[in-house]
Ligand binder design. Structure first.
Ligand code: NDP
Length: 332
């Protein structure tokens, strides 16, 4: 069946600027870390991506190592591009990264120029693309000079492999140093990808002030704490098809502690009172940060994408909702 994108896809999604750059991101982005591996049903992957694009999501986030096996998510996204999305290539922001272990030996990990350029060439091949819109260094490398990694990002843009660059998992201090180096080189450095949600607030301390000062856009990954901040585990449930019950990934049943459950149940009450789902409250809470341009969700089914899109169509969190959330988080 030929895919035709929904005619009304640009009806309600906000597209904030990514920092002080000209690039605008959909306020919700879709990540392919989970559920897009070699063993995952291709038809479900296809329906999730179509639902996203049909609802105005233009930003798709990948990395060299997403799978399993590593590379499978890019392979699958490449199939989707070739089959359905090629006519829409200029309406889509494709992002990928390198920085974690990808192949054996000294050149398949971290932050050398050797690794980053080779990895991006592999990613482009898997996705069948000439360039990506955003290429990220996935994590800081303490053993490679920052100047080398940043020069590699700069060259990646100048060689036509990426339009913009970003960094991920860098703390505030290192981000400021990276920004200074990339400014000196004249590189279009526009975005930082960080873990940020109600249960992980470190970026508020050191990172967000740097992003605002430097004019960089923030994109928050795992805004739902991998599903903890949704109705999935309410009442102590462990659904068989949930991430925590699965064999792949980092979210384990032991992370759903009685203390966490108490917090999640209380947050759910705030959500209910405000006419939101818990996931929608969690996304609204992340979006209240001026540094955040987009929330980067994952999804195991199309309906979860629709829930997230509804969250950004709703009114921003009211002052009393934020105060109620803060009181619950302070009680941890
Ligand atoms: P989320 O916190 O959004 O968790 C996604 C999971 O939550 C889904 O797979 C689903 O789990 C559950 N979920 C989502 N929406 C709903 C809903 N409405 N109701 C109930 N459950 C819901 O994000 P991820 O942890 O998946 O991360 C998102 C993306 O961020 C990744 O795909 C990746 O692109 C990026 N990322 C980047 C990292 C980095 O180092 N730069 C690290 C990690 C992620 P279930 O399977 O149980 O249905």
């Amino acid at each position: 069946m030929t895919y035709e994108a929904a005619a009304g896809r640009y009806g309600s999604m906000p597209y904030p600027h990514c920092g002080r750059s000209g690039l605008r991101l959909s306020a919700v982005s879709l990540g392919l870390w989970h559920n897009f591996g070699g063993a995952d049903e291709f038809d479900t992957q296809r329906r999730i991506v179509h639902t996203a694009f049909d609802h105005g999501i233009t930003c798709f986030d990948l990395a060299n190592n997403y799978g399993p096996p590593p590379g499978a998510a890019e392979d699958n996204f490449g199939r989707l591009l070739a089959r359905d999305l090629k006519p829409y290539r200029d309406e889509i922001v494709v992002c990928t990264k390198a920085g974690y272990t990808m192949w054996p030996g000294p050149y398949g990990d971290w932050g050398s120029r050797k690794y980053l350029v080779a990895s991006l060439d592999q990613s482009l091949k898997r996705m069948g693309l000439d360039y990506v819109d955003i290429f990220y260094h996935h994590r800081p490398d303490p053993a490679t000079p920052l100047e080398e990694t940043m020069a590699a990002l700069d060259w990646i843009v100048r060689s036509g492999r990426a339009l913009y660059v970003g960094i991920s998992n860098y703390n505030g201090e290192r981000t400021a140093a990276a920004a200074a180096e990339l400014r000196r080189l004249g590189t279009p450095f526009v975005i930082h990808q960080m873990r940020y949600n109600m249960l992980v607030r470190q970026p508020e301390m050191d990172l967000f002030p740097v992003l605002e000062r430097e004019g960089l856009g923030g994109i928050a990954f795992s805004p739902l704490a991998q599903g903890l901040l949704t109705d999935r585990y309410l009442g102590g449930a462990l659904p068989a098809d949930s991430r925590a019950a699965g064999k792949v990934g980092f979210l384990k049943p032991e992370h759903i502690t009685p203390e966490r459950l108490r917090i999640i149940e209380a947050l759910n009450e705030v959500a209910r009172t405000g006419g939101r789902t818990l996931a929608q409250l969690a996304l609204g809470w992340v979006r209240r940060q001026p540094a955040i341009a987009s929330v980067l969700i994952g999804a195991s089914r199309p309906q979860q994408v629709v829930d997230a899109v509804r969250a950004v169509e709703m009114a921003p969190l009211a002052g009393d909702e934020i105060a109620a959330v803060e009181a619950i988080l302070a009680s941890q």
